[in-house]
Design a protein around this ligand. Structure first.
Ligand code: C2E
Ligand code: MG
Ligand code: MG
Ligand code: MG
Length: 292
């Protein structure tokens, strides 16, 4: 185990100076204790229906509040967690926290809000994911259809037959399944047809400048048509401008997510900004205070 970790760490840090190698090892050992030290937190980003303009759900995105480095991005530590064999524990914490949060919002009197979590391919490949999901849903009392599981295209295709079986079991429980970063990976259409999917999330690289970039426009339009004929919902991620929002509306995309409607924010801030519309009339300064 130690040997494996050593090798994997050096993959990340060998290009740097010796000091940084030690630093990298330190990061992994602090990552090992991050969940129990309560250093992990989830930010929530709203998803909007492009037809009704209504907020329809949230994606939970993990952050690590490192005692010395401050907020660390998942882009930095998720690969590290995967390499070090820590993704199982972190993933379980994400699942529990997001489900409990959705349930807490409901208990607080807000309408039911669907919550999406990102699941790493390594979690999918292990055998306990289905059991974990079933257990957490039972413990929290969250309705299964309010939980959505996002897996990247390449993650699903890594071991297609196995993924298919696990996803089918999750589907049988009643949770929703989404392909994340759609278009960036390699997926054959025959696999796409056979996977028990609900949603395609179009990668933000295709959404960028969709009003002026004709190629992106054509790609997203094609994905919307494909999704329509496969009876899948399409969500555009990374929508930053009103122009992009309007083009996606015209193309017939179902939902959107992006800075234009809201950045990922802590749970209390999410509730203030996106759940309780009564509070939207509060002065910006007050909202800024609450969300600081
Ligand atoms: P993702 O699942 O594709 O999430 C979307 C990313 O795009 C998020 O980055 C989000 O903050 C960012 N984003 C949202 N709207 C916009 C926008 O309008 N413009 C731009 N430029 N970016 C936008 P974030 O939070 O840094 O997460 C990065 C990736 O880390 C995620 O990509 C996901 O693959 C992974 N990740 C995040 N949380 C988890 C987790 O709990 N478990 C696992 N396994 N992976 C996670
Ligand atoms: Mg995602
Ligand atoms: Mg994505
Ligand atoms: Mg992405």
């Amino acid at each position: 185990e130690a040997k494996r970790l050593g090798r994997n760490n050096s993959q990340y840090f060998s290009e740097n100076s010796n000091g940084v190698v030690t630093d990298g090892l330190e990061m992994v050992s602090s990552l090992r204790r991050a969940v129990e030290n309560q250093e992990m937190l989830l930010h929530y980003q709203p998803k909007y229906d492009l037809r009704t303009g209504r907020m329809v759900g949230a994606e939970a995105l993990i952050r690590w509040r490192h005692p010395k480095r401050g907020l660390v991005s998942p882009i930095e530590f998720i690969p590290m967690a995967e390499e070090a064999g820590l993704i199982g524990g972190i993933g379980e914490w994400v699942l529990q926290t997001a489900c409990r949060q959705s349930r807490d919002w409901q208990n607080a009197g807000y309408p039911p809000i669907s919550v999406a979590i990102n699941v790493s391919p390594m979690q999918l490949e292990r055998d306990d994911l289905v059991h974990q999901v079933a257990t957490v849903l039972e413990q929290t009392g969250l309705a299964p259809e309010l939980l959505e599981i996002e897996i990247t295209e390449s993650g699903m295709m890594r071991k297609v037959e196995h993924s298919m079986a696990v996803l089918q079991k999750l589907k049988n429980i009643g949770v929703r399944i989404s392909i994340d970063d759609f278009g960036t990976g390699y997926s054959s259409l025959s696999h796409l047809k056979r996977l028990p999917l609900d949603t395609l999330k179009v990668d933000k690289s295709f959404v960028r400048n969709i009003s002026s970039d004709h190629e992106n426009h054509s790609i997203v339009k094609a994905i919307v048509l494909l999704a329509g004929s496969l009876k899948l919902k399409v969500v555009a991620e990374g929508v930053e401008t009103e122009e992009e929002y309007k083009v996606l509306q015209n193309i017939g995309c179902d939902e959107m997510q992006g800075y234009f409607k809201g950045r990922p924010v802590p749970a209390n801030c999410f509730a203030e900004r996106h759940l309780d519309t009564g509070h939207l009339s509060w002065p910006a300064q007050k909202i800024a205070q609450l969300c600081a």
